[in-house]
Ligand binder design. Structure first.
Ligand code: BTN
Length: 246
């Protein structure tokens, strides 16, 4: 039995199986308190970015947190890299493993994606909110062949089994702390940490068939890229994702 403690003021819901922890909180979004979190052992319809699914068998950690930030909507996209920093911190603290981030927000361990993050807004309602959803491939033993070149888990990469409760508790604690900082400063305090974790600078970038090289991460978490024709562009977080790191 895990000794992990979930010391949070906001409600924490534990479920065996849900369709998607993001959808679960979306259904509660008009009544749930700020900070409400749900942790599930598996998902039957895990949601990924750009309308993709997210494979969510038992062995992974699937959690979402509902937040009601009173900030300009343009600030919301930077919540995602802040969540990626929280994941890296939690994996380091619980497993002693150093992860990196493939811009904008895939967490990689030893060249494989072990975590995906999906931040969704529920706007135009009486009680708008954002839902920060995080899926960590922790103890997932294997992946379907088509995902194997890209996806891995902490288990497949290290042979170590993770205490899921300990990881969930640490991740929620890191998220809560980083969210409080993000509310105050828009994420500038963790920008240096994100820059250290980001694996793209110096590597090739491929966006919609266009090739270039990543130069650096901007103050707004954008990725500065120099294209093959020499033109430079800041890719804005939330608008594109880059390929070329696996
Ligand atoms: C991605 O890499 O495309 C994002 C994947 C996000 C998956 C997590 S798992 C918990 C939460 N619930 C979901 O349905 N999706 C997110």
């Amino acid at each position: 039995m895990s000794a992990a403690r979930f010391d949070r003021a906001a409600p924490l819901l534990r479920e065996e199986s849900v369709d998607s922890t993001n959808l679960y909180l979306r259904r509660l979004s008009q009544s749930a308190a700020d900070g409400t979190a749900v942790v599930a052992a598996s998902q039957t319809a895990g949601r990924g970015r750009s309308g993709r699914g997210f494979l969510s068998p038992e062995g992974g950690l699937y959690l979402s947190v509902l937040r009601r930030p009173e900030v300009e909507p343009e600030r919301l996209p930077t919540l995602t890299p802040v969540a990626a920093v929280a994941v890296c911190r939690a994996v380091e603290a619980v497993c002693g493993l150093s992860c990196g981030v493939k811009w904008p927000n895939d967490v990689l361990l030893d060249g494989k994606k072990i975590c995906g993050i999906l931040v969704e807004s529920v706007l135009g309602t009486e009680r708008p909110c954002v839902i920060v959803g995080i899926g960590v491939n922790a103890n997932t033993p294997s992946f379907p062949e088509e995902l194997r070149p890209v996806a891995g888990s902490i288990f497949t990469q290290t042979g170590k089994t993770v205490d899921l409760d300990a990881l969930a508790a640490e991740l929620l604690a890191q998220l809560d702390a980083l969210y409080a900082g993000w509310l105050a400063d828009g994420g500038s305090a963790v920008l240096a940490e994100y820059r250290r974790l980001c694996l793209n600078p110096g590597r090739e970038v491929l966006v919609g068939g266009r090739r270039g090289r990543a130069l650096s991460v901007g103050d707004d978490y954008s990725l500065l890229v120099r294209w093959e024709d020499g033109a430079e562009e800041a890719l804005r977080f939330g608008e594109v994702s880059v390929r070329g790191l696996y």
